[in-house]
Design a protein around this ligand. Structure first.
Ligand code: FES
Length: 142
């Protein structure tokens, strides 16, 4: 137990210098990570269009969604909205890249990471942190 007259083992001035140095180092690292994350997110928005192999629209029932792998390894999320309408979007959330899910109950795309939602037909943001909507994927329906 510390007593009032015990000497503190580290000079107060030295401890402040170490704390300030650590703080500035961590703040610098955090700033670099934030810039890198923002650049990566922006780079994702400008990546080449996602092309999915021709699909048979009858493989989906109306209201059903399915993730499909593209040739380059990315994933598209396909949803059959009606008998003659299929939409497809890059599955990566434009915020930080989490995989977006289809919610048939609510009829919209949702990102579980930060609770964002996107309109089914256009992919535009309904609410949440993303500043842009889902990126459309190019599909050919057979
Ligand atoms: S990653 Fe989708 S809302 Fe943040």
């Amino acid at each position: 137990m510390l007593k009032v007259d015990d000497r503190f083992p580290i000079e107060e001035q030295a401890e402040r210098a170490v704390d300030r140095r650590r703080f500035l180092g961590l703040a610098g690292c955090a700033a670099l990570l934030a810039v890198a994350g923002n650049l990566a997110a922006e780079r994702g928005e400008s990546s080449p269009p996602l092309e999915v192999a021709p699909i048979d629209a009858t493989m989906l029932t109306v209201g059903e969604g399915r993730a499909v792998a593209a040739a380059d390894g990315r994933e598209a999320l396909l949803v059959r909205l009606s008998a003659d309408e299929v939409v497809a979007f890059d599955r990566r959330c434009p915020h930080l890249g989490c995989p977006v899910l289809w919610s048939p109950e609510r009829g919209r795309f949702e990102c579980p990471c930060h609770h964002a939602a996107f309109e089914a037909r256009s992919g535009r943001v309904l609410f949440g942190p993303p500043r842009s909507g889902l990126t459309p994927a190019e599909i050919k329906v057979a």
